[in-house]
Ligand binder design. Structure first.
Ligand SMILES: Cc1cc2nc3c(=O)[nH]c(=O)nc-3n(C[C@H](O)[C@H](O)[C@H](O)COP(=O)(O)OP(=O)(O)OC[C@H]3O[C@@H](n4cnc5c(N)ncnc54)[C@H](O)[C@@H]3O)c2cc1C
Length: 417
């Protein structure tokens, strides 16, 4: 279809992450003409624990994407407590480097037009003709009648709240998408662009520094990730360490590689001169003794840790705009404590397709909230619990005595299991 000289897509999907690619494949299966605009390229590493919750594995299997590793147990550590949680169903683990590229290939083969190195800079809406013009960083413009926003945690910066007709990013915030980007970067000790300030209070033993786990400037965290050679790491389990200043997960992503990913309090990180020092201090905590062997520098497969800033978690509220749909982390980001963000991305990508075909953005926004609000509520509660390792340790001991409890928590933080 042509519109004013520009090729008219049925739908443009901004962001070719897990959610955007899932939406693209599902929209294409409904016969829609789909273009995905991804500012990065494939393959690429992304900051993620790379744990694939059981409920999304059937969807991946239908596309021939099989996780390299099956996870059957989660081991949780907090203070002196430990809990081994056998999973009700096997989960998966797979590097995002492979996963995103595999889904991109499935999308291409199903007829999706996928542009990489295509950063969206602006969106304008012609309400009269119901057309969205999407302007890329290179100045080119693409046109569609519907937009799916799968741009991850940064998405709110693309379409300012309250926008109704012409939607253009606020120039003062628009630098932020690249500011949040997951590339090798050093977080400035003064908090850099995010303006974070360390909040230091009395230490647990009356002296020293105690870092506010909640971060500053709203809930903000620093995500880190690196791959290491696996050595003798057990392939079928995730180990999860909960500390005063953040939590860390470690699991194999293939037979020879383990992924270590963590969410650290921003105030803790920014109190060090550089991110590497903060990470060293984080990993030097006694509780990490069990996994320190795996994160010795000589085993690291990356030149340095990947780091990114992570804004607040939770469901987001947007004005319901005509034919605009938010999916994955753009709709709401669930704390990594649950290990369910990838599954939610894949599931919301599937869920959105019939609504896009029916031009029913309002229906989708309503259905999404209804389906996932309890998952978010429970995920946020688990994340808050982890901010208090002493209480978490008590909970782990209680769950050790009542195995049904930990199983219930696992099930309540995900959909459709
Ligand atoms: C430390 C940490 C650990 C985690 N561990 C896990 C885990 O183990 N298991 C799990 O299930 N979840 C985990 N998560 C959450 C999970 O990573 C996210 O929920 C998931 O990546 C969301 O997918 P998405 O497609 O919505 O967003 P993303 O994967 O972030 O994809 C968004 C895409 O949009 C692109 N984009 C952004 N802006 C633009 C633009 N302007 N123009 C074009 N493209 C753009 C980006 O380049 C990106 O490729 C973790 C998160 C963190 C921070």
């Amino acid at each position: 279809m042509e519109g004013g000289g520009l090729l008219m897509n049925d739908v443009i999907i901004i962001g070719g992450g897990i959610a955007g690619l899932s939406a693209a494949i599902h929209c294409r299966q409904r016969g829609l003409m789909v273009t995905v605009l991804e500012r990065g390229a494939y393959p690429a590493h992304k900051i993620c624990g790379e744990f694939l919750s059981p409920e999304c594995l059937p969807m991946l299997a239908a596309w021939g994407v099989i996780p390299s590793i099956a996870i059957t147990t989660v081991q949780l550590y907090a203070r002196h407590a430990a809990l081994t949680l056998p999973l009700p169903l096997p989960a998966g683990s797979m590097s995002r480097y492979v996963l995103d590229a595999s889904l991109a290939e499935v999308a291409r083969q199903s007829g999706v037009t996928l542009h990489t190195n295509a950063q969206v800079d602006a969106v304008t809406h012609d309400a009269q003709h119901n057309i969205y013009d999407v302007t890329l960083a290179d100045g080119s413009v693409m046109r569609a009648s519907s937009l799916v926003i799968g741009a991850g945690r940064v998405a709110q910066l693309l379409l300012p709240r309250g926008a109704t007709k012409a939607v253009r990013p606020d120039p003062s915030t628009h630098r932020a998408p690249s500011g949040w980007s997951e590339r090798l970067r050093t977080v400035r000790p003064d908090g850099g662009a995010a303006g974070l300030q360390p909040r230091v209070s009395r230490g647990p033993n009356g002296g020293g520094r105690r870092f506010e786990w909640r971060g500053t400037n709203g809930q903000q965290y620093v995500g880190i990730k690196a791959h290491f050679s696996a050595g003798s790491f057990p392939l079928d389990s995730v180990q999860f360490f909960i500390t005063d200043v953040g939590y860390l997960g470690i699991s194999a992503v293939d037979a020879t590689t383990v992924n270590v990913a963590a969410l650290l309090s921003a105030s803790f990180v920014h109190s060090y001169n550089n991110t590497d020092d903060a990470i060293d201090a984080f990993i030097s905590q006694p509780i990490m003794n069990r996994m320190r062997d795996y994160v010795q520098k000589e085993h690291c497969l990356f030149p340095q840790w990947l780091t990114c800033q992570v804004p607040a978690f939770g469901m987001r509220s947007y004005p319901v705009l005509k034919n605009i749909y938010y999916i994955g982390d753009a709709a709401g980001s669930i704390p990594p404590a649950t290990g369910d963000g990838l599954a939610l991305g894949l599931l919301t990508g599937a869920m959105v397709a019939p609504y896009v075909a029916a031009h029913d953005a309002q229906g989708f926004a309503h259905a999404w909230r209804q389906q996932f609000s309890s998952v978010f509520k429970n995920g946020m509660a688990l994340h808050r619990l982890y901010q208090y390792p002493a209480i978490t340790a008590l909970a782990l001991r209680a769950a050790g005595c009542v195995p049904a409890l930990s199983r219930a928590v696992f099930l309540k933080t995900r959909d459709t299991l």
